[in-house]
Design a protein around this ligand. Structure first.
Ligand SMILES: [Zn+2]
Ligand SMILES: [Zn+2]
Length: 398
């Protein structure tokens, strides 16, 4: 039987696992129930399994029957603090917890791939690392797993790494898409505190008012983006929060701004951070204010290796047909901590349309929405693509 036929035979099991995960979502780095379900799904397979220390990850290594290098496949496992409103019978049992980004599908497809590849182990020309990762949604779970050694789990660094991500909208169900180069943005956050001297609203000359200067900062940030950055290497700066003051006749001591900054190249990422800090400090100084602002570490740009991305397209074409793959015309402004893996290992991050057939992908609720829905029908094909990527990439290296 072909890989695809084997995968499609597992459709019922995959849907049951996905719905079981969906019913009991967990947040952050510690997902004990999810980890138990993954371990149960892998039970009996010829895998070397280790679990994380600082997070409830599962790393499984499958040793191929023939010698060769290693390939890494990654699926993330965590949910979001959202109260589900899809109305599906397997909806989350918990308020403010939902698999609204479809990571339950990734976990399921990766477990399916482990089973498919275990069945073909004798013909596998090398090893496969299965990276079941908690804490993608802002917790840097991939970074923690790298620090705990996932990239060396098979003994040597993998030659390639692949990750799949489902989308509840935009793409029709079953369509895979990727591109060489930047696939997703870097996302950096900044909190800015503009400090002045409070006083009476009637005597501003006796105070140092942070509000007009903070307003200028907001508009100057937009000018900065349009005047100093190439439009073909986009930068997005959004001031999503602005807090200052309590009443119309009181000048407050401070104003606080919160920003998100999205970039698609390391050059622009470094440049916009430097220029934002300079602009905020200089504007503050011009008005006699002090400014506290320092960028923390956000997720880097997710950069696909052009050859690995093209290879992924070939695998989808060979296994499912050329009409199931689309070269993404542009990157997505979301971000991913799989970027940390792709900084170490060449590979590709691939999006998979999972919009249910009764919804229109042009208008269906987006990932992270309380109404986001993902179609179980994509699970067998997704599992087959994960498995096919590993099997063929190892064969290619022979
Ligand atoms: Zn997400
Ligand atoms: Zn996600």
């Amino acid at each position: 039987m072909s890989l695809l036929e084997n995968a499609r035979e597992m459709a019922g099991d995959l849907a049951r696992l996905r719905q079981d995960l969906h019913t009991e979502p967990e947040l952050g780095l510690h997902l004990p129930r999810t980890q138990d379900k993954v371990l149960a799904a892998l039970d009996g397979l010829p895998l070397e399994i280790t679990t994380g220390d600082a997070l409830s990850s599962v790393t499984a290594v499958l040793r191929g029957g023939r010698p060769g290098p290693a390939v890494l496949l990654r699926g993330d496992m965590d949910a979001l603090p959202v109260t589900e409103r899809t109305g599906v019978p397997y909806s989350s049992r918990f308020p403010e917890r939902m698999h609204a980004c479809g990571h339950d599908l990734h976990t399921t497809m990766l477990a399916g791939a482990a089973r498919l590849l275990a069945d073909r182990r004798q013909d596998l020309a090398g090893d496969v690392i299965f990276m079941f990762q908690p804490g993608e949604e802002g917790w840097e779970g991939a970074k923690v797993m790298i620090d705990e050694g996932v990239l060396d789990a098979a003994g040597e660094r993998p030659i390639a790494a692949y990750g799949l991500h489902v989308l509840s909208t935009v793409l029709p169900g079953g369509l895979f898409t990727s591109r060489g180069g930047p696939m997703l943005a870097a996302a950096d956050a900044l909190t800015v505190t503009v400090r002045g001297k409070g006083g009476h609203g009637s005597t501003p000359h006796l105070s140092v008012d942070p509000i007009p200067a903070a307003c200028q900062m907001v508009t100057a940030l937009q000018t900065l983006v349009t005047r100093e950055f190439d439009v073909f290497d986009p930068v997005v700066v959004t001031v999503g929060a602005f807090h200052a003051g309590t009443a119309g006749n009181i000048i407050p001591d401070q104003a606080v701004l919160e920003l998100t900054v999205r970039t698609f190249s390391d050059t622009n990422r470094a440049k916009i951070q430097k220029r934002i800090i300079e602009l905020l400090m200089d504007t503050g100084a011009a008005y006699g204010l002090t400014v506290d602002a320092a960028f923390g570490r956000g997720y880097p740009v997710t950069v696909n290796d052009p050859e690995e991305s093209a290879f992924a397209g070939d695998v989808v074409g060979d296994l499912l047909g050329a009409d199931r793959y689309l070269i993404a015309p542009r990157p997505i402004t979301g971000s991913e901590d799989f970027s940390y893996v792709l900084e170490e290992v060449p590979g590709a991050f691939i999006a998979l349309g999972a919009c249910p057939p009764h919804l229109d992908p042009a208008t269906a609720p987006f990932n992270h929405s309380a109404e986001a829905m993902f179609d179980d029908a994509v699970l067998p094909d997704g599992a087959a693509i994960y498995a096919g990527l590993a099997e063929r990439r190892l064969a290619m290296a022979e």
